[in-house]
Design a protein around this ligand. Sequence first.
Ligand SMILES: Cc1ncc(COP(=O)(O)O)c(C=O)c1O
Length: 393
Amino acid sequence: MRFSSLTDRIDGPGVAAWQIHNAAMQGLREGRDIIALSVGDPSFATPQPICDRAIDAIQSGDTHYTAITGKPELRQAIARLYTQHFNLPIRMENVAVSAGAQNGIFTTALCLLNPGDDALALEPVYLTYAGCLEGIGARMLRAPMLPDQDFRLDLDALRSLVTPRTRAIFLANPNNPTGRVLSMEELEAIAELARTHDLWVVVDEVYRALVFDGDYLAMHQLPDMRERTVTIGSLSKSHAMTGWRSGWIVAPEPLIEHIDRLALNMLYGLPGFIQTAMVEAVHRYPEFTAEMRARYRRRRDIVTAELGTGYGIQVRQPMAGMFSLIDVRASGMTSGDFAWSLFREQNVSTVDAEAFSPGLAGFIRIAYGLDEEPLREGCRRIAHFAKGAMRRP
Ligand SMILES: Cc1ncc(COP(=O)(O)O)c(C=O)c1O
């Protein structure tokens, strides 16, 4: 049987990078003593009040179709969150809910790009972006941010990629996997490029609530940027709600109207009881996220303390998020070999960070999904493996 050419375009290296995680999950199902540090899914339970709202909603019959772009009270709550936090006049008409940030990114790409258009992406780039952008027939051009420049924006590199076919710049801020948060100067430079060339800027803010060091500045706060900025939000990491598939898009009203029509054909709205729970999560956003941020920060500090010195490998301290990058170049192994050998010999799964950027060849990514004790044990096994690897000829 024949399939569409899209099926080839979504089958890139981003998919292959999950193989180690799939192997770890298989090992866990077989009862092996695996420590999975390969995925950004937190072990914390979703806060009880959020779960309670969902259960009450199901029991009171909130199990039918809902408004395609979301219940008005949820869209209003999200609009209020942005208005209050960033002092911006965001209205419910600027908000559409999506099945997680992932669905929001793909939906946005479908409404902004034509086949043959170029989209720029700041690299390291999250693994699904290539599938989203190239899947719909656009070209994704990568502007690298490199480890030896502390993952700072290289404006010249970004600017050199702009052509008359460029329509948008996609970026995750804070970044996965570097945990870097863009500075005001970097945001302003991207904004200026967008204004000059009439580009959209799509900012994936999945980790916005998890900034440990410094403030978070939003692209749509900058002058004349609200009309060309799409902000993608999610409760997955900040509220330990990965499985609820709860996210949103904040954008100019005409784009939300297109998203409404696309979602009608693609999603037909999120479940009502999930949206009711999301209202609780958004109303109490500062309270829930402060708690989560403190827990993630503790885990980040555990990784830095356990792996920080003495094993030949180097931990990069992230400013935000739930991942640490480990520089394993001193082992003499490629990061792919390091990750797979570590998995085979020590039963610890990590991700070869080269999948996010050729500039990250020689780095692996550790996620803080697990509780503190297994995370510590995972780090100890990594240290043990690294010591052994350094001694090999
Ligand atoms: C940068 C980035 N964007 C999007 C996603 C997807 O998030 P969600 O669970 O909200 O779909 C992830 C998940 O890890 C991510 O790291």
